[in-house]
Design a protein around this ligand. Structure first.
Ligand SMILES: [Zn+2]
Length: 322
């Protein structure tokens, strides 16, 4: 039986069950919060995480894939405590989340040194624990696939080839990053079915999306509720059209819900969060939006239970297991 490394220990692939493929329980600007810990309110963060974990479990979710890597404030002990407290299965990652900047330690070393760090998390454990990473995160955004971003992608790919764990690449369709990201990962030898291009659902440009799908990768329709990037009705229409074109086996549904960002705990000052909420930009963003609004709407538009099961149970299992 294939297993997937979870925060609470290895999980039988068949026990992953209903899975949210891309969410964030704890995230922060780690450099700032290491230097000025007084800006963090860890008790509030912990309470909100427990609340969200219980809420998703009440909708039948068995596993949440937490896509929080370095520079998003990955905190494996906080996740461990959350798993112990709630019984939810959580899958953690290694990798670097950057659009451009790299800390000097990584800037002055090559791809292989970075890949070795990722392999350490996958084979030995994360942050001094024995909890192992089950996938590797990299990112490209508005600055495009620049030199630093390419380096992280090559390092992620090499660690993936060495260990067999999959790669999740944060992308920005509006900057056309996806095709180049896939190209680099393929060049380094990652099989397409181990690659997930996150945030592809931020566009409804079907030509762009099909170009990615034709390369054989998975795509994340994973930012439901972030109307600031694309409103729900256009996300739904895109998913329905792709289902009609036969791509159920290549799509993930999730929300990229980030508790600290949603609660204004770290990235943004409170007045920015208030503005976002007032403009409706976050559109009811939550970790349960899929179950409350999106899945019923998709079914109404013709998605079958079987297709939803494929996207939320079978695809996560297939992508996470070799
Ligand atoms: Zn994310």
């Amino acid at each position: 039986m294939a297993t997937v490394e979870g925060v609470g220990g290895p999980i039988d692939a068949d026990q992953l069950g209903l899975t949210l493929i891309h969410e964030h329980f704890f995230s922060s600007d780690e450099a700032v919060s290491a230097q000025w810990p007084h800006i963090r309110d860890r008790e509030t963060e912990r309470g909100l995480a427990i609340e969200s974990a219980k809420a998703v479990a009440s909708h039948g979710v068995k596993t949440v894939v937490d896509a929080t890597a370095m520079m998003l404030g990955r905190d494996i002990r906080a996740l461990q405590e959350l798993v112990e407290e709630t019984g939810l299965q959580i899958v953690a990652c290694t990798g670097v989340y950057t659009y451009d900047h790299l800390p000097n330690y990584l800037a002055f070393r090559g791809e292989d040194a970075m890949a070795d760090l990722f392999v350490h998390d996958i084979e030995q454990g994360i942050q001094g624990t024995e909890i192992k990473a089950a996938f590797i995160k990299c990112a490209a955004d508005e600055p495009g696939v620049n030199e630093r971003v390419e380096k992280v992608h090559r390092a992620a790919a090499r660690a993936s080839v060495k260990t067999g764990v999959p790669v999740m690449a944060h992308s920005r369709p509006a900057s056309n990053t996806g095709p180049r990201q896939v190209e680099i990962l393929l060049e380094e030898g990652v099989p397409p079915e181990r690659i997930q291009i996150a945030h592809t659902g931020d566009t409804d440009d079907l030509d762009y999306i099909e170009r990615l799908l034709e390369m054989g990768v998975y795509i994340g329709m994973d930012r439901y509720g972030l109307n600031i990037f694309l409103p729900t009705d256009r996300r739904n229409a895109t998913v329905i059209e792709l289902l009609n074109r036969g791509y159920a086996e290549r799509m993930f549904l999730s929300q990229d819900f980030d508790i600290p960002i949603a609660a204004g705990l770290d990235w943004y000052p409170p007045e920015v969060i208030e503005q976002l909420e007032a403009s409706g930009a976050s559109g009811g963003w939550s970790m349960t939006l899929l179950f409350e609004e999106i899945l019923p709407a998709l079914k109404e538009a013709g998605a079958t239970d079987e297709q939803i099961e494929t996207m939320m149970v079978e695809n996560p299992k297939r992508w996470l297991t070799p």
